[in-house]
Ligand binder design. Structure first.
Ligand code: DGL
Length: 269
């Protein structure tokens, strides 16, 4: 019960999910792994992403985590493989919670999804929305520059606006105009203020962070795995440039990261 919850992403994007987890579950300890040496995952093949995701979750298991949260939409393609490999440890992804959030915001649609190339190609959101029994119209757009841009700490200003226009304008020009913009990549919530302004007030923005935190809380309760309280810890693992992780990660986590809490690890040995 007192063991930490493991959370991973290709880089710092998953910190937007960790932020929601920490707010929802203040008594829990967390170990966050950012595979910064191999980012981005979104432009890599499914086989490569699956291999990376298995290595990342094994590293978390070696740290004694009680469950794994895949805070990366792209890596969610590996959920079945991860569940088999880590059984009986619970594994939770962000796609299903994101699909639920989008349908709650716009039950009749249309829903516009922005995500990495890998997530769009894999069609994970479309499948998750259909699996929830909905036939809403769906439009999708891969936004490959958003991840490198935000990992640079670029979240507003003229360059960011130009890049957003490039991807969003054709998507929002579809008729009828989407009612909901689903941020299908955990890096994107840091762009929310600019995305919201450029999308217009008639479009609701949703992401998976809060609904994922709710799903984790429900699972801990159902399996009687929640921490009873007492002391809790926060630790970060990065596969490259831990100082940079602490510096830029602050934007995603919404609070300063003590560089002393970020450990450099190697997933390939
Ligand atoms: N943050 C990840 C996601 O949610 C992936 C970013 C990337 O490495 O391309 O899809």
């Amino acid at each position: 019960m007192s063991a930490p919850i493991g959370v991973f992403d290709s880089g710092m994007g998953g910190l937007t999910v960790l932020r929601a987890l920490m707010a929802r579950l203040p008594r829990e300890s967390f170990v966050y792994l950012g595979d910064t040496a191999r980012l981005p995952y979104g432009t890599k093949s499914a086989d490569t992403v699956r291999r990376y995701a298995l290595q990342a979750s094994s590293a978390l298991v070696a740290r004694g985590v009680k469950m794994v949260v895949v805070a990366c939409n792209t890596a969610s393609i590996s959920l079945p493989a991860l569940k088999t490999a880590l059984d009986p440890l619970p594994v939770i992804g962000v796609i299903e919670p994101g699909a639920q959030a989008a349908l709650a915001a716009a039950p009749q649609g249309p829903i516009a999804i922005i995500a990495t190339e890998g997530t769009v190609k894999g069609g994970a959101y479309r499948s998750a929305i259909r699996a929830l029994g909905s036939n809403v119209p769906i439009a999708q757009q891969a936004c490959s520059l958003f991840v490198p841009m935000t990992e640079e700490g670029l979240i507003d200003g003229p360059i960011v606006e130009a890049v957003i226009h490039r991807y969003l304008d054709p998507l929002l020009a579809t008729v009828p105009k989407p009612k909901c913009l689903l941020l299908g990549c955990t890096h994107y919530p840091v762009l929310k203020p600019v995305l919201a302004r450029l999308a217009g007030s008639d479009v609701v923005l949703v992401d998976s962070a809060i609904t994922t935190a709710d799903a984790v809380a429900a699972l801990l309760k159902a399996r009687d795995m929640a921490s009873a309280g007492g002391s809790h810890t926060l630790k970060f693992l990065a596969t490259d440039a831990p100082d940079r992780f602490a510096r830029v990660g602050e934007i995603f986590l919404g609070q300063p990261i003590d560089p002393g809490l970020v450990e450099l690890i190697d997933l390939q040995s």
